[in-house]
Design a protein around this ligand. Structure first.
Ligand code: NAD
Length: 296
């Protein structure tokens, strides 16, 4: 079992830390939100007063933060966290951030004698709670082997997709597909409902037909279709609209950097931007259906 510093205890980090505790690892935890630290402490973690305190004595450091600026802000700079972590420690960032940011932080870590992986995840808050996440890993293969026991405590699928930053590229490809699929699923259900169809029956049919997806079966955007989906609890919890908007922006940047064309990804990015402007930035991204069916 390992001594782990866990930084960022939000929708994803909170349950991921809980699963590490359940597997018997020792955790020192920190988040800017004191209540999240207290919750983790109630489950057996040691509450740290700041990130530097969290990494004291750690063999492994894991971060789960919103975006590139938070990750760069945490690790880099003269008094950044990397300068407080002894050589030899394994650093794993599970946030979804720009591939270039991941490479920048990994390079700085390597220069300090630290092994680093970018390991963004897929599976949503339900996967984080159930310990069934998919880890999408960029970095050296032997570093991944060191991390495998902690990934296994939080997830069930581990993919090594390339060097530093590759985990982020692969994750952005997945989320671009997800963003498009969620938007078009909402569009299809809104069309059916406008014709007087029952969205639940329509969803059940699609879930066993060729239109099936995670958006029909697990995170259906129509309220009342799936009891456990964010749509059925006012779109609370889940994967925030503005996090999807961030990921689609990162996918667009990644496309520009290699001259690739992502027309549907760009269209979806604009839909999530409109949804954010409509005041739903903090709600689950499936609330994008409200643009097409405000009375759903
Ligand atoms: P969140 O906003 O719920 O949690 C982020 C946490 O980081 C917050 O609690 C915040 O207080 C904390 N934080 C920010 N800066 C900090 C700092 N400097 N030090 C300590 N704590 C700090 O976000 P989330 O939904 O948990 O997502 C985290 C990451 O995982 C994002 O990059 C997101 O894109 C990705 N992701 C989310 C989901 C999902 O379904 N929510 C799924 C897959 C991947």
């Amino acid at each position: 079992m390992s001594r782990i510093a866990f930084i960022g205890l939000g929708h994803m980090g909170g349950p991921m830390a809980t699963n590490l505790l359940k597997a018997g690892h020792q955790l020192r935890v920190f988040d800017l939100v004191a209540a999240s630290v207290e919750q983790a402490a109630a489950r057996g973690a040691v509450a740290a007063v700041n990130a530097i305190d969290a990494v004291a004595g750690a063999e492994i450091v894991i971060s789960m933060l919103p975006a590139s600026r938070h990750v760069e802000g945490l690790y880099l700079g003269n008094d950044g966290l990397l300068s407080h972590i002894p050589a030899g420690v394994l650093v794993i960032d599970c946030s979804t951030i720009a591939p270039a940011s991941a490479q920048k932080v990994a390079k700085a870590a390597t220069e300090r004698g630290l092994a680093m992986l970018d390991a963004p995840v897929s599976g949503g808050t339900a996967g984080a709670a159930a310990g069934t996440l998919t880890f999408i890993v960029g970095g050296q293969a032997e570093t991944l082997e060191r991390a495998r026991p902690v990934f296994s405590a939080m997830g069930k699928n581990i993919f090594h997709v390339g060097d530093s930053g590759a985990g982020q590229v692969a994750k952005l490809c997945n989320n671009m597909a997800l963003g498009v699929i969620m938007a078009v699923t909402g569009e299809a259900l809104a069309l059916g409902a406008a014709h007087g169809l029952d969205a639940k029956v329509l969803s059940q049919m699609m879930a066993v037909s060729t239109g099936r997806s995670w958006a029909t079966e697990v995170c259906n955007p129509w309220p009342g279709v799936l009891d456990n989906a964010p749509a059925s609890r006012g779109y609370s919890g889940g994967f925030g609209n503005d996090l999807m908007l961030k990921d689609l922006g990162l996918a667009a940047e990644a496309a520009v950097s290699v001259g690739a064309s992502v027309p549907l990804g760009e269209l979806a990015r604009n839909l999530y931007a409109l949804n954010s402007k409509a005041g739903r930035g903090g709600l689950d991204f499936s609330s994008v259906v409200k643009l097409l069916a405000p009375d759903s």
